[in-house]
Design a protein around this ligand. Structure first.
Ligand SMILES: Nc1ncnc2c1ncn2[C@@H]1O[C@H](COP(=O)(O)OP(=O)(O)OP(=O)(O)O)[C@@H](O)[C@H]1O
Length: 596
């Protein structure tokens, strides 16, 4: 239960709706009890009237007596109908307050969780799978809503109806009350166990279903590989096996589900039989009238659903508590990228790393070892190195996706952690290695980082990234939709749209992380020359495998296994005849042989 306390702030926020819900529950229950009493009165009246009817009939007043008798029965009937109608109206109001309250909290919770997710660092996303993140904001929140809505509604109903009905039953006949209620605790316990079994099996089905959807999703996204490797029949067999598992689990659930109503019916039946038997004995001994038996049968039926719901509510609350624990786990995650000072300043662009070492917290891999370099504003730094040498890690640290374990990173001479993170990121244009574009128009993708989108800026960015011509050749130009239901750009086009997105925000520091790998050297030259113009007086960092990308940089560092092994410009590095020179020779030779 303790994890659910976190929801109290929401219950407090919507206290008005809850209070109204309680009032409506009390009123609706009053309209449940009164008809039962009316039924008792009506039956007792019928029995009594019947005993005096015969003498009256013999006295010639039969017709008059019959008229009065029918009138009374008719009035009782109408009254019972009116009560049922009023009860229905108040039940509607209960749902309009309590269930609506739960929907409002669900909405608030989803927003709170999403907002918190957005604040968490990249390391959090590395530790937790996307499926898990999605499950907590959808399925877990839904389970918690079941507690806030139906569980609170039925719980309140139980708390109000029970004392009302039972105290009334006791005043009518304590002995009969005891006998009539005897089977109800058994009903509640059985429903609790059956419900737990249902939940357990439903969860297994859910897992089986999500496994099935992941399988299908992967098969469809990898359909090209699947077909190319002629694995269709294997895929069909695997699917059949996964579906079989789902079928078996569904059948097991149906078996338990089938127990739910028979158990209720059987135990209510037992209650009714006991009431009729014990009540009958009391009628024979003249302690009560026939009407009491009918009234008690109605009470037993009235209590059936609340008692059933006790078992059901308990299991909902348990599930909600488990879900809320999972939600709290993420809500308690803290952002560890903190600012010592929240300096917000326009960056001029001097970037410096001093003896920086970094170990990825999740994998324990040391990606950087004592890396040092300095670039002044307006300069270009080229970072070259083999795969896994730590190039992208430098970009990650400059963007403050992670903080280094030791050493200092400075921007404009100030330690990077003294600057406001969002302000820093806003002034950096980052083109990641693995291009990600949103399912939106090309224009909106390019304008992603700018506050006020301006078509001229978007077009200019597209021209500088050498993708303008491609875009306007699409029938819808910049309005062309990307993503699943849109068109598919080629690898090189995607990279260039991603570059356009970074330069459209006119960054003070531009980081290109191996983002020219899918374009030919001619396009690479066009883009680099354009960048040289637009990045005048601003800093560029170009990470690449290809020497051709870094060659024009003012300063080049060569990384190997997280260490800087060579540093200089193209000329000095060529003169050193080290790794860089060797790489240059190899790559230019390969380029020539391809060109030939
Ligand atoms: N998010 C991460 N979590 C854990 N380890 C990581 C992470 N990213 C990279 N690494 C590891 O850190 C090392 C350096 O990776 P990095 O991505 O910086 O290399 P890179 O030089 O950019 O390589 P490539 O040219 O192939 O992109 C690698 O051994 C890699 O496995």
């Amino acid at each position: 239960m303790k994890p659910l306390w976190r929801l109290n702030k929401y219950l407090y926020k919507y206290k008005g709706l809850i209070l109204l819900g309680i009032v409506f529950t009390v009123i609706s229950n009053i309209f449940v009890i009164i008809p039962a009493q009316l039924v008792r009165l009506a039956i007792d009246y019928v029995v009594e009237s019947f005993s005096i009817y015969q003498p009256l009939e013999q006295g010639g007043m039969g017709n008059q007596a019959q008229d009065i008798f029918l009138k009374f029965v008719f009035v009782f009937g109408i009254l019972i109908l009116v009560m049922a109608l009023l009860r229905g109206i108040f039940l509607f109001f209960i749902r309009q307050t309590l269930i609506i309250m739960s929907r409002k909290v669900e909405y608030d919770m989803k927003n709170e969780i999403y907002d918190h997710y957005q604040k968490l660092p990249l390391s959090f996303y590395r530790k937790n799978s996307t499926g898990d993140l999605m499950a907590r904001i959808t399925e877990d929140v839904s389970r918690v809503r079941m507690y806030l809505g139906p569980a609170i509604m039925y719980g309140l109903n139980l708390l109000i109806l029970f004392p009302l009905v039972i105290s009334y039953m006791i005043t009518v006949n304590p002995m009969l009350t005891l006998y009539a209620l005897l089977p109800l605790p058994v009903l509640s316990l059985s429903i609790y166990y059956v419900n737990n079994m249902i939940n357990e099996r439903s969860e297994k089905i859910q897992r089986s279903l999500s496994g099935l959807s992941t399988f299908v999703q992967e098969a469809f996204s990898g359909i090209r590989v699947l077909k190319a490797f002629v694995r269709e029949s294997d895929s069909v067999n695997d699917f059949a096996t996964a579906s079989e598992d789902y079928k078996v689990k569904s059948i097991r659930l149906t078996r338990v589900n089938a127990l739910f109503f028979p158990i209720i019916m059987a135990l209510v039946g037992v209650s009714t039989i006991i009431t009729v038997y014990v009540g009958g004995l009391q009628v024979i001994s003249g302690e009560i009238g026939y009407g009491v038996i009918a009234e008690f049968i109605l009470y037993v039926n009235m209590l059936t659903w609340p008692v059933t719901s006790l078992g059901w509510v308990t299991s909902i609350v348990q599930r909600a508590a488990a879900s809320q624990t999972r939600i709290n786990e993420f809500l308690d995650e803290k952002n560890d990228i903190l600012n010592t000072n929240d300096i917000k300043a326009t960056i001029t662009g001097t970037v410096e790393m001093d003896n920086v070492s970094f170990i990825y917290p999740d994998s324990g891999i040391q990606a950087l070892k004592n890396v040092s370099f300095k670039i002044k504003e307006g300069q270009t730094l080229g970072i070259i190195g083999t795969t896994g040498s730590g190039k992208s890690t430098i970009a990650n640290l400059l963007m403050r996706m992670y903080d280094p374990n030791s050493g200092v990173i400075k921007v404009d001479g100030k330690p990077i952690d003294s600057l406001s993170v969002s302000d820093l990121r806003r002034q950096i244009g980052y083109v990641p290695q693995d291009v990600f574009l949103f399912s939106d128009s090309i224009g909106n993708n390019i304008a992603f980082g700018i506050e006020e989108s301006d078509p001229r800026i978007i077009e200019q960015a597209a021209k500088d990234a050498d993708v303008y011509q491609n875009i306007i050749e699409f029938p819808k130009g910049f309005e062309t939709m990307l993503g699943e239901r849109g068109i598919t750009l080629s690898g090189g086009q995607k990279q260039r749209v991603s570059i356009a997105r970074a330069i459209a925000k006119e960054p003070k520091i531009l980081i290109l992380d191996d983002c020219l790998s899918a374009v030919d050297t001619k396009t690479e030259n066009v883009i680099l020359t354009a960048l040289k113009n637009i990045m005048q007086n601003r800093t560029s960092i170009i990470i690449s495998h290809r020497v051709s990308s870094a060659k024009l940089a003012d300063q080049i560092i060569v990384l190997d296994d997280g260490r800087v092994i060579e540093q200089g410009n193209h000329k000095t590095l060529m003169a050193q005849k080290g790794v860089y020179a060797e790489l240059y020779e190899k790559q230019t030779q390969a380029g020539e042989s391809v060109d030939n």
